[in-house]
Design a protein around this ligand. Structure first.
Ligand SMILES: Cc1cc2nc3c(=O)[nH]c(=O)nc-3n(C[C@H](O)[C@H](O)[C@H](O)COP(=O)(O)OP(=O)(O)OC[C@H]3O[C@@H](n4cnc5c(N)ncnc54)[C@H](O)[C@@H]3O)c2cc1C
Length: 389
């Protein structure tokens, strides 16, 4: 199913970029610094994005969203980050619903998508990773056992971000024991769990190096209605994989935004900081790393655009979405490191926001998928090298 209308005209994207920049201008560095100190959730920022309709960009108009293209959605996330803000508090509201849109029943779509589009329902918790299985998703242990018109869920997830700020969770759990599944990739199922009603669900926040609202979640005899199942039982791994390209492209766009922020910040500082009687940016030793970070960001940006264009024309974009994520995460991290170096000691001072953004952008070479796993995907699936694990 094509969930998008024709690619938005470039001037439409330019207008949306400007609107996002205008909104982000109301949430300056002081706002994010105060939250960062307390590890508090940016409620007002998320509300403003929701009210402006930006988080409903990818929901088709027939379900109350704006039915925009992936390139437009990526531009929204990029602008948020290029403005010094952080979309991690709510980016999942934009793409997690894709699993329901692609694989949900007509009733599920009618019931949930309009409410997600309006922001009345928050679907931004995504329960896949577990403490023991890590990246080896097929080894996850959380179980959902059918009992009459319910499933009973037992197990644990980790790094379930935004669970405390979400009404619904998209949960991946095992419904057929691994040894009984016909194929290695079968036996896992996806559920849309209404966390407001769930009993036997415990959420514990994890304090991390940046302000990320991530948690661990425990399921103890949690009973959920059978109609929480999305699509067919046992096919959940495939459904989750099909949603990952959107996540990768959007997070890659965030990395491009971060890289742009670091590059602008460093270039501005290098022009105004005078040492030895001249701007530090007059020294090639300071100029070149900024120029290199810029070139690296621009190259990664091309891959993000290519992946988004393939995605919205319904073509296979697995390799491009993965490469976009890999290159953009590397580019934002390189730009972050360069920006700290350019600022010298002030790179470490809270009031410059550089150290905060540096901590925030570090995440993306690890999550939502780590660089090594992308390399092994490319090696095996694109280059035909032997499977390594
Ligand atoms: C802040 C934060 C937020 C997150 N949010 C979510 C979320 O909302 N929902 C969710 O489900 N998950 C979430 N995650 C989990 C994230 O997707 C994982 O942390 C990530 O995929 C890496 O898995 P892991 O931490 O288990 O690392 P592991 O799988 O334990 O791997 C550790 C290291 O070993 C490397 N490695 C492992 N196997 C191989 C191999 N075969 N070859 C080469 N290298 C290998 C990895 O690349 C990694 O660098 C989040 C994580 C963080 C830190």
């Amino acid at each position: 199913m094509n969930e998008h209308r024709e690619p938005a005209a470039t001037d439409e994207i330019a207008q949306i970029r400007e609107a996002v920049r205008g909104l982000c201008g109301k949430f300056p560095g002081e706002y994010w610094r105060a939250l960062d100190r307390e590890r508090a959730y940016p409620t007002e920022f998320v509300q403003a994005l929701t009210q402006a309709g930006f988080l409903a960009a990818l929901i088709p108009e027939e379900y109350g969203g704006s039915g925009l293209t992936m390139r437009t959605a990526a531009a929204i996330m990029e602008e948020i980050h290029a403005s010094g803000c952080n979309g991690a508090a709510c980016h999942a509201q934009m793409y997690t619903m894709g699993t329901v849109l692609r694989h949900g029943s007509p009733e599920q779509k009618k019931r949930y998508l309009p409410a997600i589009a309006s922001g009345g329902l928050r679907l931004q918790a995504f329960g896949v990773t577990e403490p023991t299985s890590g990246t080896d998703t097929l080894n996850l242990r959380t179980q959902a056992v059918r009992e009459g018109d319910h499933y009973v869920v037992n197990g644990q997830k980790i790094w379930t971000s935004r669970a405390e700020h979400s009404d619904l969770m998209l949960l991946l759990a095992r419904t057929t024991p691994r040894e009984k599944a016909k194929k290695r990739t079968e036996g896992l199922s996806v559920f849309l769990v209404d966390m407001r009603e769930a009993k036997g669900l415990t959420i514990r926040p994890i304090r991390t190096m940046m302000n990320h609202a991530t948690t661990e979640v425990f399921f103890d005899q949690m009973r959920i209605p059978a109609e929480s199942l999305v699509g067919e039982e046992g096919k959940g791994f495939r459904y989750i994989l099909s949603g990952m390209n959107a996540e990768r492209i959007l997070i890659a766009a965030e990395c491009i935004g971060d890289a742009k922020w670091f590059i602008d910040k460093a270039a501005a500082y290098a022009k105004e900081r005078i040492v030895f009687g001249r701007p530090i940016g007059q020294n090639q030793g300071v100029q070149f790393p900024i120029a290199r970070a810029y070139a690296q960001m621009r190259a990664a940006e091309l891959m993000v655009h290519e992946a988004a264009a393939l995605y919205e024309s319904d073509r296979d974009c697995g390799a491009e979405a993965n490469m976009a994520k890999l290159l953009a995460a590397d580019a934002s991290w390189a730009a972050a490191d360069m920006c700290v170096q350019t600022h010298g000691g002030f790179g470490f001072a809270e009031e410059y926001d550089v150290e905060r953004k540096f901590r925030e952008t570090r995440l993306y070479t690890v999550a939502p998928i780590s660089t090594n796993l992308i390399l092994s995907y490319l090696a095996e699936h694109v280059l035909g090298l032997p499977r390594s694990y």
